[in-house]
Design a binder for this molecule. Sequence first.
Ligand code: FAD
Length: 446
Amino acid sequence: MKKADVLVIGGSAAGPVAGISCRRKYGNKSVILVRKEEQVLIPCGIPYVFGTVGSPERNLIPDALIQNNGIELVKGEAVEIDRKKKAVSLSNGDTVSYDKLVLATGSSPLVLPIPGIEKEKVFIVRKDVAYLKNMLDVLNDAKDIVIIGGGFIGVEFADECKKGRDCSVTIVELLPHCLQLALDEEFCTEAEKVLSDRGIELLVNSKVEAILGDNQVSGVRLAGGQELKADMVVVGVGVVPNNELAKKAGLEIGPGKAIAVDRYMCTTTDPDVFACGDCAEKVSFFSGKPSRLMLASIACAEAHIAGANLFHTRYKNPGAVGVFSTIIGERAFACAGLTERAARQEGYDVVLSESTAPDTHPGGMPGSVSTKVKLLFSKDNGELLGGGISGGKSTGEIANIISACIQSKMTAYDVSLFQMGTHPALTASPIVYQLVNAAELAIKAM
Ligand SMILES: Cc1cc2nc3c(=O)[nH]c(=O)nc-3n(C[C@H](O)[C@H](O)[C@H](O)COP(=O)(O)OP(=O)(O)OC[C@H]3O[C@@H](n4cnc5c(N)ncnc54)[C@H](O)[C@@H]3O)c2cc1C
């Protein structure tokens, strides 16, 4: 039997961060991290395996990250937690005992109950090197690809499939727009135009009713009866928390089917068991109500909190803000906090404002990209609730600035006085800096 002060189960985004956070806060504690994969993928990089990055092996989290932080890595699957004995059994028969346990078992892709989903050459984007290698081989021979789901996984995958390949790619999306759960309609429409310009076919308001073919997929049938030819189908419709291990150990499972935790990332059942990342329940930063957001950024923030709180309570989880970004071709889209739709659904009276400017000054600089920022403030107290952006590569970091402003509960007045740094080649001009301009316009509209 192995023995550790802290045992972490899970080796992707949340697990290593929880272990490192613990080692940084409690340098005298020993940490073992158990993960079931031989090699672990950067989950957010998976769509890029099929184009920009080129292979699963070029999209790995290095084991050195764990080992360099004084954490012992054990490759194996945890199959049972004995909370009385404070020990975890592995599938190879070994046991690891712990003082504190962190569950970071993540999520698995949702498998839709569509007839034919089990056919060959239908893929569900697993975080698994061998699976993705096979998927890449199939893609390289495919001529007609149908992607079920126009969320960020489906859209990124579609865009990557087109890189260096002569194939037809069709996205089938149930909602009226692709990316609708993450972005406001105007940004969705712009993203859809970029997808169409890149030769990707979009079928929105459409549902795949059946996957056709004998053993191997030959097409899909939509609810209206239309059939699409396909020699490869990719399903990217969401994920479900991996809760089996926790459930078997008698830990409470929450409304989102994830492990129930408090604001300190401790399970509601056992003071010596913590959970973080996709396997843990979340609440919204804004309403405190259960949230279904599952993002690597949230997983890592929770893991920092869990690791730091193992032996002393240090940090409280403020809830999930939700910061999302993506890029299609050369155009990036992002959102931090609430979209306009989500804010109205939550009952906020909102003030909207927007500002567009080049991301360099002068705008004629080579590589300059027109960048639009839309901000959303609460009419009641002026606080920033969210922001949407479309532009070039700075879009991702603008979303992160907006998230920092939201977390600091900054009002339109605070944002309008925001002191940014600017440089002709690196940022928008201070005279037309979009965040400040949009905040000033919102104040005028309040
Ligand atoms: C294709 C794709 C693209 C994405 N892009 C983005 C993005 O751009 N930005 C973003 O913020 N988020 C993105 N996400 C979401 C993000 O990947 C997840 O939120 C994140 O991976 C969650 O991390 P996690 O560590 O909680 O879980 P996971 O990544 O699911 O990892 C769980 C780990 O636990 C291990 N494990 C589970 N059970 C056991 C067991 N019994 N024994 C041992 N080990 C076990 C697994 O093998 C794995 O190592 C994307 C997701 C996908 C699928």
